[in-house]
Write a protein that binds this ligand. Structure first.
Ligand code: NAP
Length: 253
C-alpha cells in the first residue's frame, strides 16, 4: 500500500463554502497544498475577492464563486452547470449569543437556515452529482457544541444546529454509502477566528474556555483543516458517518 499517495489530492476538484476567512480559508490551503484544484465560495464578496487574490499571488490553484448557502436556486444552478466535484467542505456558519427566553423566531430561524439547512442544501446539490459520478467525499464542519453545551455563553440555537449537522452527516452517509460518496463531520473546539469575536465579553470567556480544555488552549484553523484534508483523501477510505472531535480533549472529560 502506498500511504503517501493516499493523501495526495492531485486531479481532485474541491469546493469550500464560507472560504473567505477562518477555518474555510485554511481548508482551501490544506486541500490545495496536497494537490486539489479548489473553488472558494462565500457570501462575503469583498473578502472573497481579497482572499482569492492573496491565494492566487501565493500560486495556489484556485477559482472563486459567490455562493449563499441559503439560496437553493443558485446552488442548484451552479452544480447543474459544472462538472461533478470530488470534495465538498460545508463550512459556512454563523453564531451569536442570546439567552433562549430573549431569542426571537427570526434569530432562531436565521441561524438554523445557514448552519443546518445550508449544509443540507449544499450536500443535496453537490451530492446528487457525486452519486451520478460514482463517488466523492463530503466534510461538514460541525462543532463540539453539537456534543456538549458551551458555557458561560448562551447559544441554544447554535448548539442545536451543530447536533443536527452531525445527525444529518450520519443520515446521508448511510443513505449514500453504496454510491461511493462518503460523508463525515469534524467537531472542533474553540478555534481562533473572527467567529469568536461575538461580544466585548469574549476576552474574559477565553480564559474560562482554556481552563475547561484539557490541553489548556484554543485551536488554530490549520488544526481543523489538516483533519479535513485527511477526510477528503483516500487515506480515510473506510470512514463514513463519523464525527471526528478536534477539541484538545474538551469532550473527553
Ligand atoms: P468565520 O471566520 O466567521 O467565517 C465564516 C465565513 O462564512 C465568513 O466569510 C462568512 O461571511 C461566511 N458565511 C456566513 N454566512 C454565509 C452564507 N449564508 N453563505 C455562504 N457563506 C457564509 O467562521 P469560522 O470560525 O471560520 O467557522 C467556520 C465553521 O466552523 C462554521 O460552521 C462554525 O460554526 C464552525 N466552528 C467554528 C468554531 C470556532 O471556534 N471558530 C468552532 C467550532 C466550529 P460573512 O463575513 O459575511 O459573515
Amino acid at each position: 500500500m502506498n500511504f503517501k499517495k493516499k493523501l495526495d489530492l492531485n486531479g481532485k476538484k474541491a469546493l469550500v463554502t464560507g472560504a473567505a476567512r477562518g477555518i474555510g480559508r485554511s481548508c482551501v490551503e490544506a486541500l490545495c497544498e496536497t494537490g486539489a484544484f479548489v473553488t472558494l465560495s462565500d457570501i462575503n464578496i469583498d473578502l472573497l475577492k481579497s482572499t482569492y487574490t492573496d491565494l492566487k499571488n501565493k500560486k495556489f490553484d484556485v477559482e472563486m464563486v459567490k455562493l449563499d448557502v441559503t439560496d437553493s436556486i443558485s446552488l442548484n444552478n451552479f452544480t447543474s452547470k459544472n462538472d461533478p466535484y470530488d470534495i465538498l467542505v460545508c463550512n459556512a456558519g454563523i453564531v451569536n449569543w442570546v439567552d433562549a427566553v430573549d431569542m426571537t423566531d427570526e434569530c432562531w430561524n436565521n441561524l438554523l437556515n445557514v448552519n443546518l439547512s445550508g449544509v443540507f442544501r449544499c450536500c443535496r446539490a453537490f451530492g446528487r452529482k457525486m452519486i451520478e459520478n460514482g463517488g466523492g467525499s463530503i466534510i461538514n464542519i460541525g462543532s463540539m457544541s453539537g456534543i456538549i453545551v458551551n458555557t458561560p455563553q448562551s447559544q441554544a440555537h447554535y448548539n442545536t444546529s451543530k447536533a443536527a449537522v452531525h445527525q444529518l452527516t450520519k443520515s446521508l452517509a448511510v443513505e449514500w454509502a453504496q454510491s461511493g460518496v462518503r460523508v463525515n463531520s469534524v467537531a472542533p473546539t474553540y478555534i481562533e477566528t473572527d467567529l469568536l469575536n461575538q461580544s466585548p465579553e469574549v476576552q474574559k470567556y477565553i480564559e474560562k474556555w482554556k481552563a475547561q480544555t484539557p490541553m489548556k488552549r484554543l485551536g488554530q484553523p490549520g488544526e481543523v483543516a489538516s483533519v479535513v484534508q485527511f477526510l477528503a483523501s483516500e487515506a480515510s477510505s473506510l470512514i463514513t458517518g463519523s464525527i471526528i472531535n478536534v477539541d484538545g480533549g474538551f469532550t473527553a472529560v
